[in-house]
Design a protein around this ligand. Structure first.
Ligand code: GAL
Ligand code: MN
Length: 561
């Protein structure tokens, strides 16, 4: 599909262009032919998909009021495409925008106005203006920042609005919200065939306060950046040097998926690979690093035919998840590392969401999301309280914390996303510390705390950790892991490695230790759980205390040596 995108950037607005361009190239109708027509007073070098029309800068609000005149003049260019959209310069595309936006006449419901009763929406109500909307009309108010349609529909809109705005100007009238008021008049008469949610004009400030509670979940897709209107719309403050947009992409991909595997089940690994092949994040944006942790027979990675993901397999001969992860980290080139186990089936938007979270939340070092089970057997009822032992995490709202203990939102290894620099720092520390190397799961030993160690190391370096509902994966759980004996052993080992980790880190104060001891005693007395659950609970706390004790002993030993 050939898509034409129109943006006006005169005066100081060119400053927004690098961010806008970069985000468009990564997330706006990726896979389609996107031609961006820029109306600007600046000298901007055109490129294959960036076309520049020089216009004069005028004082506010003329640049916005005269936009439709410019669009009409570009009619021939616009008609050469399948669809045409207008997008404000001070926008950033934070999540993939796809063919859901295509339609004959497309408008975006206003992020603030569309939640108000129609009578309170900021339509122009002055009958002298061509934009006037009577109190008995106008059910929905649309934002001026993003709209479009087919070339025919869009150009008809542009011609009608250019004429109406010229008529107002001749009469000395400026409608309440300038061209946006005229757009809303037009849309009363010609209702859009596609009415986009405020996700497509998502105010940046909602990242802090959250969107208003409503019927539809609103995720940031096209974000309207917060700006200081007076500064941006004031006199140009910069030199007149030529601007080059679209620098060649850095050779570092946005994401490296690090998939560590040890004797995987072939059909499960295929499901994992298929889920990777289905990712909405463009293949050029990420790479797959498979670390075969000395499997026998060696792992063969077969991606579905036609899949363009850059994929490498490396063999790590030292068995153990920590060693495998370190190897993966050293191989990975991406800015964000996403650790995926050989039984983690990712939702299709997992990587795109991970990049969006990393880019918009620079405080976060490590984060994860929700994990739901695909049980290959019937889970017994007593297992319910211990789903977290199988890395099954529920998460019904976004939450983050920079506390080391207690931290209820520490991401688990399955699907964990960590910034590159933090993974490298962790890998260097751990590679030099056999005690931390031993924390990880080794071969058939069920589970370790190397993932908690990695997440906590990010907190130690001043970053937060968190869990986000937008990230979801499915964890395949074989029937064997639902058995009682396995669960007891798992709980014990999990407790032991976590206890060891906390003691080693010095996070276990006397109070915390006593609390754990108290829970163990409650467990003995059968006050917390009964039946099989009681045994699993006890195994965990016994493991925890034992692990904590060995770590304390080695610490003392070290100190004395
Ligand atoms: C504001 C927005 C304006 C205009 C107005 C309509 O939030 O910044 O551009 O859309 O709402 O009420
Ligand atoms: Mn697993």
């Amino acid at each position: 599909m050939k898509i034409c995108l129109l943006t006006i950037a005169t005066g100081n607005y060119w400053r927004f262009l690098p961010v806008l361009r970069a985000s468009l190239r990564r997330r706006f109708l990726v896979g389609h032919e996107l031609h961006h027509l820029l109306f600007t007073d600046r000298e901007i070098s055109p490129s294959e998909h960036l076309h520049v029309v020089r216009i004069e800068h005028e004082s506010w609000p003329l640049p916005t009021l005269r936009r439709y005149e410019h669009f009409c003049k570009a009619g021939d260019f616009i008609r050469n495409h399948d669809y045409c959209f207008y997008l404000d310069a001070d926008m950033r595309v934070d999540r993939p925008v796809g063919t859901e936006i295509l339609g004959e006449l497309v408008a975006t419901r206003h992020p603030y106005q569309s939640f108000l009763p129609p009578a309170q929406m900021t339509f122009e109500r002055d009958p002298r203006s061509a934009a006037c909307v009577g109190l008995d009309e106008g059910r929905m108010y649309y934002a001026g920042g993003f709209n479009g349609g087919t070339p025919a529909a869009f150009l008809t809109l542009a011609e009608t609005l250019a004429t109406a705005i010229a008529r107002d100007r001749a009469a000395g009238i400026t409608a309440r919200w300038h061209d946006e008021s005229h757009l809303n008049r037009y849309l009363v008469d010609h209702p859009p065939t596609v009415s986009l949610s405020p996700s497509y004009c998502y105010p940046e400030e909602w990242y802090e306060g959250g969107p208003p509670a409503g019927d539809e979940p609103l995720v940031p897709r096209i974000v309207a950046l917060r700006k200081q209107h007076a500064v941006v719309r004031g006199p140009a403050t910069d030199s007149a040097a030529a601007i080059t947009l679209d620098p060649p992409r850095t050779d570092r991909p946005a994401v490296s998926v690090v998939l560590c595997t040890w004797n995987p089940r072939r059909e499960v690994l295929s499901r994992v690979l298929e889920s990777l092949a289905r990712q909405t994040l463009a293949a050029a944006e990420w790479e797959l690093v498979v670390v075969d942790n000395a499997s026998y027979p060696p792992v063969e990675v077969a991606l579905p035919a036609g899949c363009e993901i850059q994929c490498r397999t490396v063999v790590e001969p030292v068995v153990g998840l920590a060693a495998a992860r370190i190897r993966g980290i050293r191989e990975a080139r991406g800015e964000l590392l996403v650790f995926v186990d050989d039984d983690n089936v990712l939702d299709a938007d997992y990587l795109a969401e991970a990049v969006a979270i990393a880019e918009t939340r620079p405080d976060l070092g490590a984060f994860g999301g929700r994990t739901s089970p695909d049980f290959e057997g019937d889970p017994p009822a007593w297992l319910r309280p211990f789903y977290s032992h199988l890395a099954l995490v529920e998460c019904d709202r976004d939450a983050w914390s920079s506390k080391t203990y207690p931290n209820d939102v520490l991401p688990c290894g399955a699907g964990m996303c960590v910034r590159r620099s933090l993974t490298l720092a962790w890998a260097n520390d751990v590679a030099a510390d056999p005690r931390r190397l031993a924390l990880g799961r080794t071969g058939a030993t069920p589970l370790g705390a190397e993932d908690a160690d990695l997440a906590l190391s990010c907190i130690d370096r001043g970053h937060a950790t968190g869990r986000f509902t937008a990230l979801h994966l499915t964890h395949v759980i074989p029937a064997r892991r639902l058995e009682f004996d396995y669960q007891v052993r798992l709980a014990h080992d999990l407790g032991a490695s976590y206890g060891r980790l906390l003691a080693m880190r010095g996070d276990l104060t006397l109070g915390r230790r006593l609390r754990i001891q108290g829970r163990t005693i409650l467990g003995w007395l059968g006050l917390k759980h009964r039946g099989p659950a009681r045994a699993i609970d006890l195994a965990y706390y016994q493991g925890f205390l034992a692990g904590a004790a060995t770590a304390t002993a080695t610490r003392r030993g070290h100190a004395g040596a």
